[in-house]
Design a protein around this ligand. Structure first.
Ligand SMILES: [Zn+2]
Length: 130
């Protein structure tokens, strides 16, 4: 397989502005395109970068809230919430709340100033009948 060539320039996929790569090496054209987006200052590129950072932070928060030990760990909740975070940032849905099977509710929604709120509510009731 031939080694991919590094283009001397790459273009922002949103506005087409050409950015010099200055000899920078990329794994593939998709990687070069990502770099061009970060370098470009057009509104779409900035929004794309902001969204990517928001989703990266959302993933960290979801992992922190639902990736712990014992019953905190819930791979299904993590998967659903991450998908919901993507859909909310795309404008497809407004919020998502799920009820887990051990008295825990999980949710994701837009907060103020275009932030995402990830929530976990634990309700534990112990009943003893004598
Ligand atoms: Zn651009």
């Amino acid at each position: 397989m031939p080694k991919p060539k590094t283009p001397p320039v790459c273009a922002c996929p949103f506005c087409g502005q050409v950015v010099e790569t200055s000899g920078k090496k990329f794994k593939n054209s998709k990687d070069a395109e990502k770099w061009a987006i970060v370098q470009c200052s057009c509104a779409d590129a900035v929004a794309h970068v902001d969204k990517a950072l928001l989703l990266e932070k959302a993933k960290e928060d979801i992992d922190e809230l639902f990736g712990g030990e014992d019953k905190q760990q819930n791979p299904a909740a993590r998967e659903i919430l991450l998908l919901a975070a993507h859909m909310i940032s795309d404008g497809a849905i407004e919020s998502c709340q799920i009820k887990l099977n051990y008295g825990t509710k999980a949710g994701v929604k837009y907060g103020s100033k275009s932030t995402l709120n990830i929530s976990r509510t634990d309700t534990e009731t112990s009943v003893r009948t004598i």
